[in-house]
Design a protein around this ligand. Structure first.
Ligand code: MIC
Ligand code: SF4
Length: 643
């Protein structure tokens, strides 16, 4: 039987386990990336492991999230990360060089290699034929040290693309259509593999838009084959030497097949407050808008920007609309400046932002109260924009630009004929903003520079014999890591200070959570399905750890967050009968006796609701390695024990 592309790359990197779907496998990691909001913790963890130099083929640290220096904190983090990189063998992409995923695709991604990144949109690299996976900072630290990375051997979904996108219909509309069909939890435990004739009609940047936002499906990752278009892109980046052709075998068998005829797609939008709440622009109609933001790791490539500039050229942004544009990288911004497209944007009244995440993570440009904002980003979770009642719609750059001029949601097909937009034969290449590490012989001469906001990560304890604790919080379905550990301009600077950032833990859901959890000393959290969806931030596990959370019992988990909980030594459990969720209230006392023995004995674990006087079962389906991590109290303790 033939193999899928996913199986080919995973089995070529397999170091532990067998390629049996649903079982845990360990893979070798060729490349890692971090960004600054997760990076400080990841490098503190790397330092704690005591490995002198990274053992990967390429590790890169990007500064792209915390780009507002509203105090010393972010600047100190950047200085710390820069110095750690120099010492330990990591390439350092300075602030101004661009968004990690965009730059990594342009300058470092290699077809057929494995990449993990401490950012959930690392699957962007799937656009170039990599197995690129988002992970917690601790997993990335271990991989930098040469350690194995563990995932559940995924099911593989084939998305068979036929036809060709119509003018003004975009790659964004492809992934919005996939989200509409599969939902934000439809990809859990799966890799989404794009195949079929339609693949040939999509350039690498378009493919990367699709694999990037595959994160919103909850998928392990998404991948495109490496073909002639991949070669064209790599040639234009002066990197054709890393190209290899890669594709699934013709007789590969898939677990699911989704068929999409590109010719039938139309401009779509994800409505508030979920990326899978997708409607067509025609269905929504000419809704009045307040703001438009163009950029983010989903839609900030040169091609996206050239389309936007073309639409804006000679026009003026509607008087009731604020338009901001953040080109994804220095390369993109520089090329726009050279070819005059930037002038067209400025002339139309766009507010040009630096090449960074910016508004996508609430670093500025929060909309007005109740404001309707069209964004080319990938997440529209409640409150993420920085305005609690902001109404965020996720759209393509084409829809965004056309609407910015019109002042209402606009189907770009009304713009008339679309010119042909082509990848340049050569991108402008200058890696002067990537600092190389010093050679190993010189590493002792590099001093690691720390600042007063950089506090050690919280220590976790080995698993107690019995967990007997009150429920400090009960939440519903689809809780995101933006609920658990919000970001934004006020909170992001605290990413390297867990005691301080934990004050905002769950503040979106319940501002009294922090004080209550501290007062309880130890507690458990009860949640619904798809708990922890969204970002990879391990802070969503470290802050609860600091606040004494011992176990989280929910209907189902999102992949990265569940791994982060185990890494932090917090026990993630799911209800055997979902109806038991309704029988537990906040403040109820939950008792799990002999938890270590129960975990060792099998996956069904007995719990007692002491307050209400009934027993219920939960599932703790852990691999041997996960069990040992939980006994040890998390990944760092486990790694030290095994060193
Ligand atoms: C996000 O898009 O939510 C982030 C900010 O990039 C996160 C990482 C973080 O929280 O630092 C992600 O996607 O993993
Ligand atoms: Fe940055 Fe937004 Fe992409 Fe996250 S989703 S990496 S915040 S641009």
């Amino acid at each position: 039987m033939g193999m899928t592309l996913t199986e080919k790359i995973l089995s070529a990197h397999l170091v532990e386990g067998e390629m049996v779907k649903g079982s845990e496998i360990g893979i070798r990691i060729d490349q890692t990336l971090t960004q600054d909001a997760t990076g400080t913790m990841a490098y503190l963890e790397f330092e704690a492991m005591g490995v002198p130099r990274v053992k990967t083929e390429r590790s890169v640290a990007y500064i792209d999230h915390n780009t507002l220096q509203n105090g010393f904190e972010n600047a100190d983090d950047h200085r710390f990360i820069g110095s750690v990189c120099k010492k330990h063998g990591i390439y350092f992409s300075r602030p101004g060089n661009g968004i990690c995923h965009q730059v990594h695709l342009e300058r470092f991604g290699v077809p057929g290699k494995t990449l993990i990144g401490s950012d959930s949109h690392t699957p962007t690299g799937g656009g170039i034929g990599m197995i690129a996976i988002g992970a917690g900072g601790m997993d990335v630290a271990v991989a930098m040290g040469g350690g194995t990375y563990y995932i559940t051997c995924p099911k593989v979904v084939k998305v068979e693309l036929t036809g060709k996108l119509s003018p003004w219909v975009a790659a964004k509309d492809v992934i919005l259509e996939v989200l509409r069909r599969l939902s934000v939890k439809g990809g859990v435990g799966k890799v989404i593999e794009y195949c079929g004739e339609g693949v040939k009609t999509l350039s690498v940047p378009e493919r990367a838009t699709i694999t990037n936002m595959g994160a919103e499906l909850g998928a392990t990752t998404s991948i495109f084959p490496s073909d002639e278009n991949t070669l064209t892109f790599l040639k234009a980046q002066g990197r054709e030497d890393v190209w290899v052709p890669l594709a699934a075998d013709d007789d590969a068998e898939y677990d699911e097949v989704v068929e999409i005829n590109l010719s039938e797609l139309e401009p779509l939008a994800a409505c508030p407050h979920s990326p899978d709440n997708v409607k067509s622009c025609a269905e929504i109609g000419p809704m009045k808008i307040d703001q438009v933001c163009i950029g983010s790791c989903t839609n900030s490539s040169l091609m996206d920007m050239l389309k936007v500039a073309h639409i804006l050229k000679g026009k003026t942004v509607h008087p009731d609309v604020s338009l901001s544009i953040a080109p994804g990288s220095k390369q993109v911004l520089n090329m726009l400046a050279e070819n005059g497209a930037l002038a067209a944007m400025i002339d139309a009244g766009a507010r040009i932002l630096e090449s960074a995440c910016g508004p996508c993570i609430g670093m500025g440009q929060s909309p007005n109260s109740g404001g309707i904002s069209l964004r080319t980003f990938n997440r529209n979770f409640e409150g993420r924009s920085g305005t609690k009642d902001g109404q965020i719609y996720l759209v393509s750059p084409e829809v965004a630009a056309a609407s910015a001029i019109a002042g209402v949601l606009t189907d770009p097909r009304s713009l008339g004929e679309m010119p042909e937009f082509k990848l340049p034969e050569k991108f402008m290449i200058n890696d002067n903003m990537v600092v190389a590490p010093v050679p190993e012989e010189e590493m002792d001469s590099v001093e690691v520079l720390r600042g007063p906001n950089i506090k050690p990560f919280p220590v976790s304890e080995p698993l107690a014999e019995t967990i007997d604790a009150k429920c400090s919080l009960k939440v519903g379905d689809n809780i995101t890591t933006d609920h658990i550990m919000p970001a934004g301009a006020k909170i992001l600077p605290l990413r390297s200070n867990i005691p301080k950032i934990s004050q905002f833990c769950f503040a979106v859901c319940d501002e009294s959570f922090h004080d209550r959890a501290l007062e309880m000393g130890k507690s458990v959290i009860i949640g619904g399905s798809n708990y922890g969806q969204g970002s990879s931030r391990e802070h969503a596990a470290l802050a609860p750890l600091y606040l004494g959370v011992k176990a989280v019992i929910v209907k189902s988990f999102a992949r990265i967050h569940m791994a982060n909980l185990i890494n932090a030594g917090i026990v993630p459990l799911t209800f055997e009968n979902e109806s038991d969720y309704d029988r537990i209230d906040q403040s109820d006392e939950i008792k799990i006796e002999n938890i270590g023995k129960q975990i060792a004995g099998g996956s069904v674990i007995k719990c007692t609701n002491v307050t209400k006087g009934f027993d219920f079962n939960v599932i703790g389906d852990f691999s041997k390695r996960q069990k040992e991590m939980l006994y040890a109290g998390g990944l760092l303790n486990y790694t030290k024990q095994n060193a």
